[in-house]
Design a protein around this ligand. Structure first.
Ligand SMILES: Cc1cc2nc3c(=O)[nH]c(=O)nc-3n(C[C@H](O)[C@H](O)[C@H](O)COP(=O)(O)O)c2cc1C
Length: 199
């Protein structure tokens, strides 16, 4: 069955531009997949915990050797990984925060990148020391920036640690079928969303 995972990282409410973009995407996807299931992971409203010492020791202990406390430490990660594996399509709403992704999305990434579970190390391999273990999924990035000039070839592209970072992390997981749409100028033009829809 088709399964859409909607990840929202904006700490802002319904007025958030990236939330409006993922909501629009979800409506269109649901129309095209009437029997599909939509699962929402709202990192902006319900952040996941940062990884801690117990988490790290558990993640780097083989499954059979884990203590009950170590198993507990990985429960949230295991649930997030299962949710991700079930998805056939992923849409991520991601504002630019200080040139990169919101810290809630970084905390989520640290929970779902698991050596031996979602990726594995293959040192000395050209291009990437990681081989992704997730089957390829269609992934759509809904990127929003208050400013502008961060697109490839533009003046501030070298400062863009949002889209290149997300593509690299998804690549670690084996997800390379990634399309990105960026809405810029949100802090400059109040009607940027409507103009982009008209354009
Ligand atoms: C903490 C924080 C950091 C931000 N850093 C940047 C930035 O580095 N570059 C930029 O263009 N916009 C930056 N912005 C502006 C947001 O990208 C912009 O307001 C965007 O519309 C937020 O997405 P949202 O409407 O989905 O919440 C920042 C906003 C916040 C709250």
């Amino acid at each position: 069955m088709e399964n859409l995972l909607v990840i929202n990282a904006s700490p802002q409410g319904d007025g958030s531009y990236s939330r409006q973009m993922t909501a629009r995407f979800t409506r269109l996807w649901a129309t095209n997949n009437p029997d599909g299931k939509v699962v929402e992971r709202d990192l902006g409203r319900r952040p996941v915990p940062h990884v801690d010492e117990q988490w790290i020791s558990a993640a780097f202990t083989s499954e059979e050797a884990r203590t009950p406390d170590q198993r507990t430490a990985l429960e949230i990660s295991d649930a997030l990984v299962a949710e991700l594996k079930n998805a056939t399509t992923i849409v991520i709403g991601c504002p630019m925060h200080n040139l990169s992704v919101p810290s809630t999305l970084k905390a989520y990434i640290d929970q779902i990148v698991r050596i031996g579970v979602t990726t594995k190390l293959v040192p000395d391999t050209p291009q990437s020391p990681y081989m992704g273990l997730l089957s390829n999924k269609s992934t759509y990035l809904m990127l929003v920036r208050g400013g502008y000039g961060y697109q490839s070839g533009e003046a501030y592209a070298p400062m863009n640690f949002q889209e290149p970072y997300l593509r690299a992390v998804l690549g670690m997981l084996g997800i390379r079928n990634v399309k990105a749409i960026a809405l810029e100028y949100t802090a400059v033009h109040s009607n940027c969303f409507e103009s982009a829809l008209d354009g």
